[in-house]
Design a binder for this molecule. Structure first.
Ligand code: 9D3
Length: 256
């Protein structure tokens, strides 16, 4: 997978890529990340990347020519990349979109700034517009890092353990069970006995029930897309959880 990131603040992006799993993935050649300064593609003598909006109003708008020239430069190096604009107007990013984008060989991430980009750049160059959620950032750079991070960890061979990527919070659709490590007593609070018992079946049961309780308490809407085996349903029934789970699953049907 190759990422080309277009930004007016390249320094903002450098450090998150030089640590941990992302750095390892780059070293192993699983992912290639190139950062391009949009200002290098500005055409006027002051290297302007923004200008005042036609029709007046507050703030500045990103000029289309430097953005277009930057995309064309990337395409010359490697044709065929999908252009993703990070903007508050985009569709909301989620794990399903991360998985879809992880199947692409080449993404060109364009980081918006100011009040937005000239609509003609969007119309002529952008394949997909993505927001990372309903809160206001100062630009698309951190959003681009969210995409790079969440997509890279899904690439084959990036995570050490074969099932780390599929065995986590969102793969089953619900939240994970609580976890504990040493010491066995922390500030008077003991690790649940069963986890130290060595009884793998009992541990598995406890974790399943704890995960469902956690999901019911914090993210009940996630239950709508979860499915349970007959044996799991019996277990939920035995612990008085089945009715509550069913209720949220029915509510999910209503939401569609
Ligand atoms: C007058 C309205 N503007 C300010 C409230 C709209 C606006 C323009 C540009 C708000 C934020 C931004 C900069 N944000 C992004 O470029 C951005 C973003 C975000 O703000 N939230 C979630 N995801 C993203 S992706 C890019």
């Amino acid at each position: 997978m190759r990422f080309d990131i277009l930004t007016i603040f390249p320094d903002l992006l450098a450090s998150p890529l030089t640590e941990g799993i992302i750095r390892r993935a780059m070293q192993d050649g699983k992912v290639e990340i190139a950062i391009h300064n949009i200002r290098d593609f500005a055409t006027d003598k002051h290297a302007m990347t923004d200008d005042r909006p036609f029709g007046g109003g507050e703030g500045m708008v990103m000029k289309p020519e430097p953005l277009a020239a930057a995309v064309q430069h990337v395409r010359q190096l490697m044709p065929g990349g999908k252009v993703v604009l990070l903007s508050p107007q985009g569709c909301t990013y989620d794990q399903a979109l991360a998985q879809a984008l992880a199947a692409e060989p080449h993404l060109i991430l364009v980081c918006g700034r100011y009040e937005g980009v000239d609509e003609r750049f969007r119309d002529h160059y952008v394949d997909l517009e993505v927001s990372i959620g309903d809160y206001i950032l100062t630009g698309g750079e951190l959003a681009a890092m969210v995409l790079v991070d969440s997509i890279t960890r899904l690439l084959p061979g990036v995570l050490g353990c074969a099932d780390s990527a599929t065995n986590d919070t969102f793969s089953r659709g619900g939240l994970k069970h609580p976890q504990y490590t040493r010491p066995r007593v922390f500030e008077g609070d003991e690790v649940p006995e069963v986890l130290c018992s060595g009884d793998h079946a009992a541990v598995g049961e406890w974790r399943f029930l704890a995960a469902v309780r956690q999901t019911l308490a914090r993210r009940p809407e996630l239950l709508a897309t979860m499915t349970f085996s007959r044996q799991e349903e019996k277990l939920l029934q035995k612990h008085g959880l089945l009715e509550a789970v069913r209720e949220h699953q029915a509510a999910g049907q209503g939401r569609g």
